[in-house]
Design a binder for this molecule. Structure first.
Ligand code: SAH
Ligand code: SF4
Ligand code: F3S
Length: 482
């Protein structure tokens, strides 16, 4: 079977550039239907919108009904073993569909595709196509190859690809909030993390294309953009590093960092809210905090993952900061942006060699910071990472689980406490749509990223309203428009 597979990674760039023979149109003239399911982080969801755009140009139509699809893509995540297991279970289900529709083309995209490459085709027989995160421009060609009876793989990582010129097709959009990728890859090499291997080297996108995308969204009625990257604070764009074509034309322009980019996007319109994710504690600067303070439309919310509250664990994780450094960053945020600024985190329990005392330091750091919100995980060893090579995954699962529960319990207390502090206060809310439970209520978020639900009155999504908070749970504020 393996000889049937044309692995594009062994073709030269010129061979890959051959004109694709297919379009997304059937011989009957009807468009073919593409169904994409996304897993993992927002970057993956954002990439699916790029994929949809590339294939729409070929004539494909997207569908939200898997049963109607001619092509099914799973855009996958490798961050923890469980994420990969979810994808495998989903493939088993799709196998059932393919039995009734043998011509269904099944493709795997994203991080798991990149990690497993052609091996995917051996492990999961129903997969026809494997494409890594930097290979999406090649999808029309890969689909053509499958339609010719071969399997297709392209998992080449690029140092330049940012899909800057591709205007994403907004999938499952509420028409109010949208994500914009501002960079790709990651150069950090945190020892637990698979991302640098699945997404390749860090590269920033041309700021002009970012501003154009955000302005177009505003014109279309969107009122909030979230700038995405694994480490937005290391955004750095200069013509020489990122865009060789411009350099050849000798168009030398200024170097732009993240605080400058943030300011450019904030200047598009005062009614366009700007958010960003993820910030890295070692890289976030006072400049960024000051720009946030200066612009009302830059939301006062920072996702600043700590991972652990103990300096030795942080060192083993290769995070590049200590407990003290992190707490100092928190003080800077509080000093420049005040206590109302929302702060959230990611935490990992039971990393290699984590002692009970080290774990207690995560809990005590949480007591110091009082996060509004957190994503909390048990450590899951990933093949090929530094931690897998250097350390022993020696904290038993029951201990990881118990420590995770302690972290979750602590966080629940803090979330409730932080939400209760908002009761009685007036918040400016951007309405995103109906509340999940009732069409008589609307929901939106305040600047600090907290969800607020309130009676609809005569308001509609995309509008800003002032809401006085009357009560709360640990995850939602409830109030009335004033
Ligand atoms: N770039 C972001 C994180 C991206 S991954 C940052 O640096 O913060 C999202 C989160 O998944 C991480 O913050 C971490 O908490 C978690 N994570 C990553 N690898 C993991 C692993 N091997 N086991 C458990 N959690 C992991
Ligand atoms: Fe992974 Fe660290 Fe990069 Fe985040 S910063 S994606 S945790 S390597
Ligand atoms: Fe997962 Fe890849 Fe994102 S591993 S978390 S989808 S960058």
């Amino acid at each position: 079977m393996m000889e049937l597979i044309k692995d594009l990674s062994i073709l030269t760039a010129d061979q890959q550039m051959e004109t694709p023979k297919i379009t997304g149109v059937r011989s009957s003239g009807k468009p073919k239907k593409l169904y994409i399911e996304s897993y993992g982080c927002q970057m993956n969801f954002s990439d699916s919108e790029i994929v949809a755009s590339i294939l729409q140009k070929e004539g494909f139509e997207t569908t939200s009904e898997i049963k109607e699809a001619d092509v099914v893509f799973l855009n996958t995540c490798s961050i923890r073993e469980k994420a990969e297991q979810t994808v495998r279970n989903r493939l088993t289900h799709i196998n059932g569909l393919k039995k009734n529709k043998p011509e269904l083309l099944v493709g795997v995209l994203g991080c798991m595709a990149e990690r497993l490459k052609a091996k995917f085709l051996e492990e999961e027989k129903i997969v026809d196509l494997v494409a890594g995160p930097d290979a999406y421009r090649d999808l029309p060609q890969l689909i053509a190859q499958v339609e010719d009876g071969d399997k297709a793989v392209n998992t080449i990582l690029s140092r330049e690809e940012t899909y800057a010129d591709i205007s994403p097709i907004r999938l499952n959009s509420n028409g109010v909030t949208a994500f914009i990728s501002i960079m790709r890859g990651c150069d950090n090499m945190c020892s637990f993390c698979v991302v640098p291997f699945t997404r390749g080297r860090e590269r920033s996108r041309d700021p002009e294309s970012i501003v154009t995308e955000a302005s177009d969204l505003f014109e279309k009625g969107y009122r909030e953009v979230t700038l995405l990257g694994q480490n937005v604070d290391s955004f750095k764009w200069s013509p020489d590093e990122n865009n060789k074509a411009r350099l050849e034309k000798k168009e030398v322009r200024e170097v732009i960092n993240f605080s400058q980019l943030l300011e450019k996007v904030a200047n598009i319109h005062p009614e366009l809210r700007v958010r960003f994710s993820t910030s890295h504690p070692k890289d976030i600067t006072d400049d960024v905090l000051r720009v946030m303070a200066r612009y009302d439309n830059i939301c006062k919310y920072i996702h600043l993952p700590v991972q652990s509250g103990n300096s030795s664990v942080l060192e083993r994780m290769n995070r590049g900061y200590s407990r003290e450094w992190y707490l100092e960053k928190i003080s800077r945020i509080r000093k420049i942006l005040g206590t109302e600024c929302g702060i959230s985190s990611d935490m990992i329990s039971g990393f290699c060699g984590e002692s009970e005392e080290e774990h207690r330091e995560t809990i005590s750091l949480m007591d110091r910071v009082k996060y509004d919100f957190a994503y909390m995980f048990m450590y899951s060893e990933r093949p090929g990472t530094l931690a897998e090579k250097k350390f022993n995954d020696n904290v038993p699962d029951v201990v990881k689980q118990r420590r995770l529960e302690e972290i979750i319990q602590k966080q629940n207390l803090h979330s409730l406490e932080r939400y209760q502090q908002d009761i009685g206060k007036i918040h400016n809310v951007l309405i995103e749509g109906y509340s999940k439970r009732s069409i008589n209520f609307l929901q939106g978020r305040n600047s600090a990223n907290k969800v607020i639900i309130f009676p609809k009155e005569n308001k509609t999504k995309g509008q800003y309203v002032n809401v006085r908070v009357e009560t709360c749970t640990k995850a939602t504020l409830l109030g009335k428009i004033i």
